[in-house]
Design a protein around this ligand. Structure first.
Ligand SMILES: [Fe+2]
Length: 203
């Protein structure tokens, strides 16, 4: 396997799967459905490359991937990934940022939500039983790599339908300035409204 580290992209290979998520495929995650309907549903929100050299579900292996989240907004919400828990809740993951400015939004099973700033060189350990989503809060594509267990699986359903914190995408309403100015930006446990307040007080 070959990777272009400058761009964070995997070279084409038979074992590399590529997928694209558009606004039309992400209708469940943005709060302002009216604003979403007025946008072109074919707009690309993010692209994923996944290198899966063994069958998904195999215990003991690791997968590798790259995600590129485009810059953009749906009303006041940043473009973001769908987000998921792992089907096997005790499985973990690493994210590493190549370039861009992002927010890694994390939520535990009590729905306590916090986030970690993402920028070139940051590495993030996603702990067991923590859902994860990435928003591009910058003006250029956000590129990050990921490594996760081959039997982790993805549970997207537990994200959809929740009404607090994570699914309301409060991070989208937080300015990047608020993240930089927050006293403890690497881990703060609060819900979106607190972040909005932090954003307002910081500006
Ligand atoms: Fe994951």
């Amino acid at each position: 396997m070959q990777m272009d580290w400058a761009k964070g992209l995997l070279r084409p290979d038979a074992e590399v799967r590529e997928s694209v998520k558009t606004l039309g495929q992400l209708s469940g995650i943005f709060a302002n459905t009216k604003a979403l309907r007025e946008m072109d549903p074919t707009t690309v929100v993010y692209r994923v490359q996944a290198w899966c050299p063994i069958p998904e579900g195999t215990e003991g292996g690791l997968f590798w991937g790259t995600t590129v989240v485009e810059p953009g907004l749906v009303d006041s919400e940043y473009f973001m990934t769908h987000g998921h828990f792992h089907l096997k809740r005790d499985r973990t993951e690493y994210y590493g940022t190549i370039e861009g400015e992002g927010a890694l939004v994390l939520m535990d099973e009590t729905r306590a939500t916090w986030m970690e700033p993402m920028g070139a060189g940051t590495v993030h350990f996603i702990r067991p039983r923590v859902a994860h989503r990435v928003a591009n809060i910058g003006k250029s594509p956000l590129r990050f790599v990921a490594c996760w267990p081959s039997d982790a699986g993805h549970d997207y359903e537990s994200i959809l339908g929740s009404v607090r914190g994570f699914s309301m995408s409060g991070v989208a309403r937080c300015s990047s300035k608020a993240m930089r100015d927050f006293p403890n930006p690497t881990r703060f446990s609060c819900l979106s409204k607190n972040l909005i307040q932090a954003s307002m007080s910081a500006s």
